[in-house]
Every structure is written in structure tokens, then in C-alpha cells.
Design a protein around this ligand. Structure first.
Ligand code: SAM
Length: 291
């Protein structure tokens, strides 16, 4: 059986199909089989699940997932890799490969039969250029994924897993905390990829809340509040909100912030998801419950 983590084999397979690594698709393939096993292992302790893989590449992680879990649905944007996957995944009857861009895919439609059959989790070595939009798409789809286990740039992983008050905290931290509980799993240095990227990567896991611990009155205002709070990091929360909510006067914004129990000069990164919910509820009230 082909060792899809062996750089020589990867090169041979790519040559055989006349392919080159496409930088624009973030094609950095894993060349460490132990890491591939670790990622697949961390995805779930339940073998009876379907796994959605984004970006199977030539199929190294796909094979590992297929060996461990009931079904794998793999979405690959690069049409050139589809014949490769047909070749490398020959005989893997529980894998369905789709040539599609995850950002343009109707996930609900494609995953409907799998959700009807049981749990669905996401597992992927994500392309660097589009990590945050993919994560937000998965979460905002409101599909009841059990967990999302992804390899991302270490810097992004630090942001995802930063607690409130941490210097790495950003809009993505609060947005993801709203949907689930994050966990940093392990780091993978850049020499474990082909071609070698400029940065190291980390695997993070998001366990989606079955029931969200905090829910705002209006989600649009909640996300608008979070976005505004982090858009200008050096500014105080009051000044940031002034840009995000130009219809409310500065003096009133400061009153709303202090009425939530914060000091007038607090910065956005100090707020927890619960704080953001409370604040956004007050802003929603101030706007007369209109968006
Ligand atoms: N899973 C393989 C591995 O671990 O070696 C490849 C991972 S590589 C970092 C990212 C993969 O995502 C590539 O195969 C790339 O073509 C694919 N990809 C990039 N953008 C995508 C998108 N929008 N939708 C689906 N796949 C995408």
C-alpha cells in the first residue's frame, strides 16, 4: 500500500497525474504519518460517526479517518486532485469525495443523510489562506456538529484558544467561544509539511455546545458588538463601539458600558462572551430592538 506521507511517494503521485502543489489553495501536505494518526485519533472517541474532511489533498488523513470512523465526506476544491483521490482511496467504500469549494457548498444538503444517521464531526488540515472564513462558515451554518478538529497556523490557534483578557484575544476568540469550547491539542512544526510552509501549525478542537451557556437577545447585534470591539484594538471599548454603532452617542455608550459593571476605559479584549452578550443586549435595547 502506498505511504501517502512519504515525500517521495507524494512527488511520484503528483508527477503521475501531472500536478504541481498549488500555493493559491494552501496545499501543504502532511509528511508525518504519526501526526496524521494523532489528528484522526483526536477527532472523536466514537467510531460510529461521519467525518467531514475539508481539503483531503492526496488523501493521507482521509485514509486514516476512513479506517477509524463509519463514514468520511471529503470536499476538495482542486479538480486536479480528484483522479488522484480516486486512485489513492480505491477500495475505501466508506469515503465520499466531492469536488467542491467548502465556501460555496450547501453543507446542510450534503450532510443531511449523515446527520439523520448519527453524529457528524469535522476534521481537517485547513488551508492557511482561508482558515477563519471556513471556521465561521461551519459554526454559522448552525449544523449540530459534535466537534471540529482542525490544524491551523499556530498564531491562529493561539487566537482561537485565548481566554478573555489574553493579548491574543480577538473577535474570532469571542465568536468561537460563543459556539463551543475550545482546546489547544498539539503543535506541528513546519518541517512536517511538503512544501515547507513559513509557519508552524497547531491542532485545535472545538466541542460545540449542546446548549449554549449564554444567548444574546439578538445574534446580529451580538456579532456586530464583538466585531466593533476588536476592529480597533488600541482604542477603548467606548471608542471602538462608537465606530461600530455610529447611531449611539459616545456619552451614552460609556453609560451603557459602565451600567454593565465595567470601567469607562475598559478595552474589548477584557470581555468574556457573557460580558459581550450582556453588552449587546443593552445596545439592542438602546436601538429600540431594531437591527
Ligand atoms: N489533507 C491534506 C494533508 O493533510 O496533507 C491536505 C491539506 S492542505 C493544507 C489543504 C487542502 O485543502 C488542499 O488539498 C487544498 O486543495 C484544499 N482546499 C483549499 N481551499 C479549499 C476550499 N475552499 N474548499 C475545499 N478544499 C480546499
Amino acid at each position: 500500500m502506498l505511504d501517502l506521507c512519504n515525500p517521495k511517494t507524494i512527488k511520484q503521485v503528483m508527477d503521475m497525474f501531472g500536478l504541481k502543489f498549488k500555493k493559491e489553495f494552501g496545499q501543504n501536505f502532511l509528511i508525518n504519518h504519526g501526526t496524521v494518526e494523532d489528528i484522526a485519533y483526536c477527532c472523536s472517541d466514537d467510531a460510529d460517526i461521519t467525518v467531514l474532511e475539508i481539503g483531503p489533498g492526496i488523501g493521507c488523513l482521509t485514509r486514516e479517518l476512513a479506517a477509524r470512523y463509519r463514514n468520511v465526506v471529503a470536499l476538495e476544491i482542486d479538480g486536479g486532485l480528484i483522479p488522484v483521490l480516486r486512485y489513492t482511496l480505491d477500495g475505501y467504500k466508506n469515503v465520499r469525495v466531492e469536488n467542491s469549494d467548502v465556501m460555496k457548498t450547501n453543507l446542510e444538503e450534503i450532510l443531511k443523510p449523515y446527520f439523520s444517521a448519527g453524529k457528524v464531526s469535522v476534521c481537517a488540515n485547513l488551508p492557511y489562506y482561508i482558515t477563519t472564513p471556513i471556521l465561521m462558515k461551519l459554526l454559522e451554518s448552525r449544523l449540530p456538529f459534535d466537534s471540529i478538529t482542525v490544524m491551523v497556523q499556530s498564531e491562529v490557534a493561539d487566537r482561537i484558544c485565548a481566554g478573555a483578557g489574553n493579548k491574543n484575544c480577538g473577535a474570532i476568540t469571542a465568536a468561537i467561544d460563543y459556539f463551543g469550547q475550545t482546546n489547544a491539542l498539539f503543535t506541528v512544526t513546519s518541517d512536517n509539511f511538503m512544501p515547507v510552509p513559513k509557519v508552524d501549525s497547531s491542532v485545535v478542537q472545538i466541542k460545540l455546545w449542546k446548549e449554549k451557556p449564554v444567548v444574546p437577545s439578538n445574534e446580529d447585534i451580538f456579532f456586530r458588538t464583538v466585531k466593533a470591539a476588536f476592529e480597533q484594538r488600541r482604542k477603548t471599548l467606548a471608542n471602538s463601539l462608537l465606530t461600530g454603532f455610529p447611531e449611539i452617542q459616545k456619552q451614552r455608550l460609556t453609560e451603557i458600558i459602565t451600567s454593565c459593571g465595567h470601567s469607562a476605559d475598559i478595552r474589548g479584549e477584557k470581555l468574556t462572551v457573557k460580558d459581550f452578550c450582556r453588552l449587546s443586549d443593552k445596545l439592542y435595547e438602546e436601538l429600540g430592538h431594531s437591527v
